[in-house]
Design a protein around this ligand. Sequence first.
Ligand code: X8Z
Ligand code: ZN
Length: 479
Amino acid sequence: AQELADVSTRMRSAYAMGAIDLDGASVARADLEVMMGTERDPDRLEEIWTKWREVPVSMKDDYSRMVEIANAGAQELGYADMGAMWRSRYDMDPDEFAAFTDRLWNEVKPLYDPLMCHVRAELNEAYGDEAVPLDQPIPAHLLGNMWAQQWGNIYDLVAPPTADPGYDLTELLVDADYDAMRMVETGEAFFSSLGFDPLPESFWERSLFTKPADREVVCHASALSMDGADDIRIKMCTSVNADDFETVHHELGHNYYQRAYKEQSPIYWDGANGGFHEAIGDMIALSITPEYLQQIGLLDRVPDASSDLGLLMKRALDKVAFLTFGLMVDRCRWQVFDGTLTPETYNEGWWNLRREYQGVRPPTERTADHFDPGGKYHIPNNVSYTRYFIAGILQFQFHKAACDLAGWDGPLHRCSIYGNEDVGERFNAMLEMGASQPWPEALEAFTGSSEMNGSAVVEYFAPLVEWLEEQNEGRNCGM
Ligand code: X8Z
Ligand code: ZN
């Protein structure tokens, strides 16, 4: 236990602390994450991308030791290894769960493939044949995100030419002088509109909303329930932009879930499965539509149906692109924990999966000494990741169920459940179950069906996929 604590703390600190030198200026890691979304100079992007990954090189030995100790612990508990233990948390056999995620992936892959092909073609237009060849994976530093996990920040580069929604959420927030606090208050107001009690005073006193100037903190956003009762808090270094507006809702989703299941026995103080916990706030954020933004005074004029493709593209860049990342992170770690990958092949295995699932490649040469997985928070912190893949699917199922319940009959991406207390009540019925029942029962309590599947995501993005396939006609979509 002592050694596990030592190696884990060393890795976590290495991830969270320090700054990176750019042209003699020291830039905080949280700011570098934001810059990957706003910077457009490919050389500068490559520099930030590469420097970010110099830090985790030092984590590799600690990581491999952590794997040995964690596996020993999992085996003492009767699991084949740590990966099998993670897979066992979904009310089914670990092998069955792996097959279950394969099935889901096959359902949504037909959304990803045409998106990737179109994005590559547009980046080729923007950056040229040499930087983005049309028959190779996309260089990972050009997708608007440190890990190429969500691509919404490059919307302007790949947008459908005649479907401009006429606004950019980051600009709306900045122009309206939002700060971190106002963003969180806006998230709270959404939950209140569904009938949830306001957050307690202690939430506002004890949360951390912005990056403190006088000390190092772990900036990766998280939500905590300190006492299994009302002492709920978030911790994040909020920037005023669309990504963090979404993250605020994501974190609040955790808090409202935690508070909803507090009456259960402590052994059930958890989500129906990890994917449920990650999907709650995201489902709320799917209701951040133009109509909603107008209702809360951020947007003057709601764009008409001619901008639907633009709205869908923006969402797909974040949500569809994410599915592949959400899946590959643990596909890699399952291989690490079962011994298929060894410290010598960690980095190679990581990039093989990045290529296979995401169709991305590193912009600069990588060697066996690099430890690029360590550049993602959840690896040094040993947080399982398939939960986000599950959430990526589940949030659309929740959204569709909520919109059906609200009697919505327009396209799903225009539906907002803001202000609907009936939906809130039914949602709460699922939340307050916590982990007390197998997840299919929690799913049924809210959606009326106990089956998880990709049909809602597929329905949501169907018009965009049709358009993407037209665009891709005559393009080579292979690698
Ligand atoms: O880690 C998170 C949350 C905390 S549970 C901020 N997310 C994943 C990530 O950042 O990689 C939310 C989306 C995916
Ligand atoms: Zn989360």
